[in-house]
Design a binder for this molecule. Structure first.
Ligand SMILES: [Zn+2]
Length: 262
């Protein structure tokens, strides 16, 4: 393995550890959620922790999988039951490099009523204005509501479509980003927007962000993982989640990788 390949892989793993910790602390996942990132060199593989609560994930817990959800390198540790959420999305969406599944309570009311989750928060451009709801019962009838089979994963990915978030009826959400950094921003935006909308609905008729405002927001922030503003947010979140050492290693490896690429 070249130094460049090793740096790219270690950066991906560091990002996954940081994302796990940050997503846990913001409430996107609890004991039972999980996050993953696509392999930076081989797009037919991805990294995800062994079955472990996200807040506890360390680099050594990370396993490598192919896009059929099979562990690589003979790794036989316990895996998440709903792992198909991840490979279902990676197989359907070549543009997606980071996936999370969680059960945050703020989004659940929008999965069991006919009230759609609408963008009202100024940062709602990050999670997107269109947030579909997938009901596993529509195609599969009575189930235990978990996403467990290849067919479940394919249907869920179809419902996600080109969007960044799909809600799962009575169950939770799946977020899909081009990077771990964007995935964290998607989730924080989703939770804040959902809570703000729930609060606003109690007071009266909420005023939504317009498509034009969301487009201008996208042009201002959120579309560049190397921008100063984006990196400022990532550093803040990582340090708050006690990942300062990982962040320092990430910076060193990225510097070397960027220099090597010339
Ligand atoms: Zn679940």
């Amino acid at each position: 393995m070249t130094t460049q390949t090793e740096d790219a892989i270690e950066i991906a793993k560091i990002d996954l550890v940081i994302a796990n910790r940050v997503l846990a602390r913001c409430g996107a996942v609890d004991a039972y959620g999980h996050a993953s990132v696509r392999h930076p060199v081989d797009p037919g593989r991805f990294f995800c922790s062994r079955s472990l609560s996200p807040e506890l994930v360390e680099r050594d817990d990370i396993m490598e999988f192919d896009l059929d959800g099979k562990p690589m390198n003979g790794d036989n540790r316990n895996i998440y039951r709903e792992l198909v959420v991840h490979w279902g999305v990676y197989a359907a969406r070549p543009d997606v490099n980071a996936v999370v599944h969680g059960h945050p309570h703020q989004v659940l009311p929008f999965t069991v009523t006919d009230v759609p989750l609408r963008p009202v928060y100024f940062g709602a451009n990050e999670c997107g204005a269109t947030i579909p709801v997938w009901d596993i019962r529509d195609k599969f009838g009575d189930t235990n509501v978990l996403v467990l089979t290849r067919e479940h994963g394919e249907e869920m990915a179809r419902a996600l479509g080109p969007n960044r978030v799909v809600l799962l009826r009575g169950h939770g959400m799946v977020g899909a980003g081009r990077s771990a950094m964007q995935l964290v921003r998607i989730c924080k935006s989703l939770l804040t927007n959902a809570q703000m909308y729930l609060d606003a609905l109690r007071l009266g008729t909420p005023k939504e962000m317009t498509p034009g405002e969301l487009k201008l927001r996208d042009e201002t922030v959120g579309n560049d993982d190397t921008s100063h503003a984006t990196l400022r947010g990532w550093e803040y979140e990582a340090r708050k989640a006690d990942c300062g050492d990982l962040l320092a290693e990430r910076t060193e490896r990225l510097k070397r990788l960027t220099a090597a690429k010339g």
